[in-house]
Ligand binder design. Structure first.
Ligand SMILES: [Zn+2]
Length: 298
């Protein structure tokens, strides 16, 4: 284990060259924009805005002295199989920030060996542009609540979606059922439950104890799968009716937060049926996995 780690560390060291620039000043010249200044110093526009408390980024007068924040990017050499979204997720930044930091014309055409500036400043300090979608879908309070739980590093390899196959249910009822009928010590087998207005509020996300405590799920047949898959269950029977709009919105938001936290791409999201063919129809034929994938790809 330690051997693997040190090899990985050496590999990372070889491809990541930290730009050790110290904080410095820049006097704005006529015709300069913040984006251009940001590009020149290899920092993000947002980092300059927050370092200087700029209220109107479009009104930067010549002669103004700006503090350019330090150490705001690293250089990364593109590897085979990389896409900008994979690189962005790995570094906790967004595709658009990498595109603007590098002045890329086409986000889809990067080449193996190409050196990219990866903005690192301001990624974790506050909800930046890249988190806007999650905040829109879930609200800042819930996003912060989710972020307060740190996933066990490297444990989670995928996300599996289920339905309850009942018209109504609550997290509490499911917890009782799993404890008493299914004899599960840890109760509720899923990490999350999303209500449909019957038993729980429509779109209400219940964060299960197994997630809070970072325990294995109990939602899949094989123990090996339960160890590494996050289980999200939507209340409803999607063989006979559709999930609600609120359920799909919250599901998208929740998955977005989890993918970032666990450093996974949306290709790691699946359904119970896809995971275990010929065994179950869960989460039902009226649950559109394709629509969800499209939403996640945006
Ligand atoms: Zn299922």
């Amino acid at each position: 284990m330690t051997g693997c780690k040190s090899i990985l560390f050496i590999a990372l060291g070889a491809i990541l060259l930290v730009v050790s620039s110290h904080g410095r000043d820049h006097v704005v010249k006529r015709g300069e924009t913040l984006s251009r200044i940001a590009l020149r110093y290899g920092v993000t526009k947002d980092a300059i805005i927050s370092a200087n408390n700029i209220r109107n980024p479009n009104l930067i007068l010549p002669g103004k002295r700006l503090t350019i924040p330090e150490k705001s990017s690293i250089t990364y050499a593109v590897k085979r199989g990389d896409s900008l979204s994979i690189i962005a997720q790995r570094h906790g930044t967004s595709v658009s920030k990498i595109v603007s930091a590098n002045g890329l014309r086409d986000a889809n055409s990067i080449q193996v060996g190409q050196k990219l500036k990866i903005p690192t400043s301001g990624n974790s300090s506050k909800a930046s542009g890249s988190n806007a979608r999650e905040v829109d879908l879930l609200g800042a309070t819930l996003v912060n609540q989710l972020r307060a739980i740190t996933p066990t590093r490297g444990k989670w390899k995928g996300i599996v979606i289920h339905h309850t196959a009942t018209p109504e249910a609550s997290a509490k009822g499911l917890d009782n059922y799993h404890r008493q009928q299914r004899k599960m010590q840890n109760g509720l087998a899923y990490h999350f439950v999303i209500g449909n207005g019957k038993g729980m509020r429509d779109g209400e996300i219940h964060i299960g104890n197994r997630w809070k405590k970072q325990q294995d799920g109990g939602h899949l047949k094989l123990e090996k799968w339960n160890k590494e898959n996050i289980g999200i269950c939507l209340v409803g029977n999607f063989q006979v009716h559709y999930p609600t709009r609120a359920q799909m919105d919250k599901l998208e938001g929740l998955i977005r937060v989890l993918l970032k936290q666990c450093r996974l791409t949306s290709s790691k999201v699946t359904t119970h049926k896809l995971k275990h063919k010929n065994h179950t129809v869960c989460p039902g034929k009226l649950f559109s996995f394709l629509a969800l994938k499209k939403r996640l790809a945006k």
